[in-house]
Design a protein around this ligand. Structure first.
Ligand SMILES: Nc1nc2c(c(=O)[nH]1)N[C@H]1C(S)=C(S)[C@@H](COP(=O)(O)OP(=O)(O)OC[C@H]3O[C@@H](n4cnc5c(N)ncnc54)[C@H](O)[C@@H]3O)O[C@H]1N2
Ligand code: MOO
Length: 390
C-alpha cells in the first residue's frame, strides 16, 4: 500500500490545466483568477481629503485665514489658492494644489469668511494620489476571491475578470441499501448521506457538482451512471470500493477503461480509496463508510478540485497541544475526529474516544482531524501534534 503523501501526489497529477472563462465581477466571489488584472487607473486619482474641515497651507498657521471656496467629494474647487487663504473641504474631495494639509473642523473657529485654528495635530489628513495603487498595478491572488478582492478589482475599474471554469464533478453514490432522504427505508435499507456531503465538499472549493441518482449494486446500473457522468471533469464514486461481492466499482471502472493510479493506501479511515483517469476525466473512488468518504474527500478530492482551478491544493496542517494521552499508532496514517479548544498559545486538541468510520454525529461535532503518522509512538497530554481544521 502506498503512503498518503504518495497518493496525494498521484491524485494531484490527475489535474489538467484549467479552462478559463470571463465573468462579471459580481459573480466572482469564490472563483480562482486565471489571468492577472491590471488597474486601469490610479487610486486615489488625486490628493484627497481624509476629513471634513479646511484645506490650507501649514506655513499660514494658526491664521486667521480667509475662506475662498468649497470642495466636496465629486465637486472639486477649481480656483486659485493664494497665501493666507483656505477652502472649506469635505472627506473625499480633491485637495487643490497649493494647500498641504486639512484641519478638521472640530479645531477650527469660523466667523463669516475668517477662520482661526485652535489646535495643531500632526496629521496632514490628506490621502496622497496613488497611495492605494497605481494604474497598471497587477492583482492575481493565489486563492479563491474574497469580498475584499472584489472591492479592490472594482476600484481598479476592472468590471470583468478571467477565471478558471468551475470543475464539473459527477457524484456517483450507490448501493442496494440506499434510499434518498425523505423516503421510507424498507427493512435493511438506510438513507443515503454521502452524496449530499461529497457534493457540498466539492461546491465548497469551487466545483459545480452533478449528483447522479443512486446506483444499484449491478454492473448495468453502474455503467448507466458512468455514462451520465460524460462531460464531467471529475467522477467521484462513493461506496463499493472494498473487497465484498457487491463492491463493483473497481471492476466496472476497469471494464470502462479506467487507467488506475492507485488502489488502497496506508490511511485510516479511507484505506480502499482508488484514483485514476477515465477518458478525459479524473476519477476518485471513495470508500462508502460516511466518515471515510468525507475524510478522503477532504484530503484528496478538495485538493484535486483546487488544483484543477490552478489554486494551491492545500489543506495545510496546523499545530495544537494534545489534551490527553494516546496509544501508539498502527501501520496506517490516522486522521482522528477531534474537538479544538482555545489554549495558551496553541489550541488544545481532544480526539473523540470513538473513531468508528460510520458515526456521523461525531463527525458533525468535530472541529478538526488530528493527524498521526503511521507507527507514531504513544503520545502524552501536552505534546504538540498536527491537525487539519474543518
Ligand atoms: N473484508 C474486508 N472488509 C472491509 C474492508 C477490508 O479491508 N476487508 N475494508 C473496510 C473499510 S476500511 C471500508 S471504508 C469499507 C468500504 O467499503 P465500500 O467502499 O465497499 O463501501 P460499501 O460497502 O458500499 O459501504 C460501506 C458502508 O457505508 C454505507 N454507505 C455506503 N454508501 C453510503 C451512502 N451514500 N450514504 C450513507 N451510507 C453509505 C454502507 O451502507 C455500508 O454500511 O469496507 C470495509 N470492509
Ligand atoms: O477506511 Mo475504512 O474507511 O477504515 O472505515
Amino acid at each position: 500500500m502506498i503512503s498518503v503523501d504518495e497518493a496525494r501526489a498521484l491524485v494531484l497529477a490527475l489535474a489538467n490545466p484549467p479552462e478559463t472563462e470571463e465573468i462579471p465581477l459580481h459573480q466572482a466571489l469564490g472563483r480562482a483568477m486565471a489571468a492577472p488584472a491590471l488597474a486601469r487607473l490610479t487610486q486615489p486619482p488625486f490628493d484627497a481629503s481624509a476629513m471634513d474641515g479646511y484645506a490650507l497651507r501649514s506655513a499660514d498657521l494658526p491664521g486667521p485665514l480667509t475662506v475662498i471656496g468649497t470642495a466636496a467629494a465629486g465637486v472639486p474647487y477649481e480656483g486659485e489658492t493664494p497665501p493666507g487663504s483656505a477652502i472649506r473641504i469635505f472627506t473625499g474631495a480633491p485637495v487643490p494644489a497649493g494647500y498641504d494639509r486639512v484641519m478638521i473642523q472640530e479645531i477650527v473657529t469660523r466667523e463669516g469668511d475668517r477662520i482661526t485654528v485652535d489646535g495643531a495635530g500632526s496629521n496632514l489628513n490628506i490621502r496622497a494620489k496613488g497611495n492605494d495603487f497605481s494604474q497598471g498595478s497587477v492583482f492575481h491572488p493565489p486563492r479563491p476571491l474574497r469580498p475584499a478582492d472584489l472591492a479592490l478589482l472594482a476600484a481598479m475599474n476592472v468590471p470583468r475578470i478571467t477565471v478558471a471554469r468551475r470543475p464539473r464533478v459527477a457524484v456517483l453514490a450507490g448501493g442496494d441499501e440506499l434510499v434518498p432522504p425523505g423516503s421510507q427505508p424498507a427493512p435493511g435499507q438506510i438513507v443515503s448521506s454521502n452524496d449530499i456531503a461529497i457534493a457540498a465538499l466539492a461546491r465548497e472549493v469551487g466545483a459545480e457538482p452533478l449528483v447522479l441518482p443512486l446506483a444499484r449494486d449491478t454492473e448495468a446500473s453502474l455503467r448507466e451512471r458512468f455514462a451520465q457522468a460524460e462531460g464531467c471533469d471529475l467522477i467521484v464514486t462513493i461506496g463499493g470500493a472494498s473487497v465484498g461481492d457487491h463492491d463493483l466499482i473497481a471492476k466496472v471502472s476497469a471494464d470502462l477503461g479506467m487507467q488506475r493510479s492507485f488502489y488502497k493506501l496506508a490511511m485510516r479511515p479511507g484505506k480502499p480509496l482508488m484514483a485514476g483517469r477515465m477518458g478525459k476525466a479524473a476519477m476518485l473512488g471513495l470508500p462508502g463508510n460516511p466518515v471515510s468518504a468525507m475524510v478522503c474527500a477532504k484530503l484528496f478530492m478538495q485538493p484535486l478540485i483546487r488544483a484543477m482551478q490552478g489554486l494551491p491544493p492545500g489543506p495545510q496542517l496546523a499545530r495544537a497541544v494534545l489534551a490527553r494521552d494516546l496509544p501508539p499508532e498502527g501501520d496506517r496514517q490516522h486522521y482522528l475526529r477531534a474537538r479544538l479548544a482555545p489554549g495558551d498559545g496553541l489550541p488544545r486538541i481532544d480526539p473523540f474516544t470513538d473513531q468508528d468510520s460510520a458515526r456521523l454525529w461525531v463527525l458533525a461535532e468535530a472541529d478538526a482531524l488530528l493527524m498521526r503518522p503511521a507507527h507514531d509512538p504513544a503520545r502524552r497530554a501536552g505534546e504538540t501534534v498536527e491537525f487539519l481544521p474543518f
